[in-house]
Design a protein around this ligand. Sequence first.
Ligand code: ADP
Ligand code: MG
Length: 245
Amino acid sequence: MLRVENLVKSFDGFLAVNGANLTVHEKQIVAVIGPNGAGKTTLFNLITGHLVPTGGKVIFKDREITGMAPHRICHLGISRSFQLINVFPQLSVFENVQVSVLSHQKKVLNMFAPAQKLVVEETYNILEKVRLADKAREKTASLSYGDQKILEMAIALGNYPELLMLDEPTAGMSPEETKATIALVQELAKKEGLTVLFTEHNMNVVFEISEKIMVMQQGRTIAQDLPDMVRANKQVQAAYLGEES
Ligand code: ADP
Ligand code: MG
């Protein structure tokens, strides 16, 4: 489904990504791990078009998407959530997801349609999938941190993606919130047939749900393998020395 070949990103000569390689197959759950600053978020931004690579290729479903605009990549079927929360705090939970569904259906340009009536069912469907339907009318700013992260996932689902990319989905969550989030990601992958690519600091989470793990160090892919193989990899162990995780 997704292939990243020798991707490079230079920020004024500093190589934040310097030879990233990744293959993700349909319906897989794949983790990208690596010490802080390894280039994981930058890699995500390169895949989703939020940054333009200095070199290399991104191929999604046999189509090269390298350097395409984010909205085009999004319409092709890749959705993402961000490491830092990215929701409209003044809107209700419902409205946040509705905006996303409207944008997917390109109805957003019809300024005279009564937006509240549009896509109500679709929006509730998504909120039910992530178990936020009972909070639909709450103001987003009043949600707990964990629920705001889940809402971000719901917004991503409003695009009806084939590939869902989550940048540190459990960052800052309590152990209970983390557990619920992992269960949700697994459930979405299974029930919706989604392919999931995520970055994560918590190694318990990584090893619990990943079918494959790609390891980055200083911008480079140093391993890409089954979880047990990655765990046993000496170069990976060395990359994590001195790093709490
Ligand atoms: P990770 O997500 O693995 O922690 P990042 O992709 O956020 O790592 O960052 C990789 C490296 O690139 C870091 O050293 C970071 O400081 C640097 N970096 C990220 N974005 C920029 C930018 N816009 N300009 C300059 N350096 C950046
Ligand atoms: Mg990051």
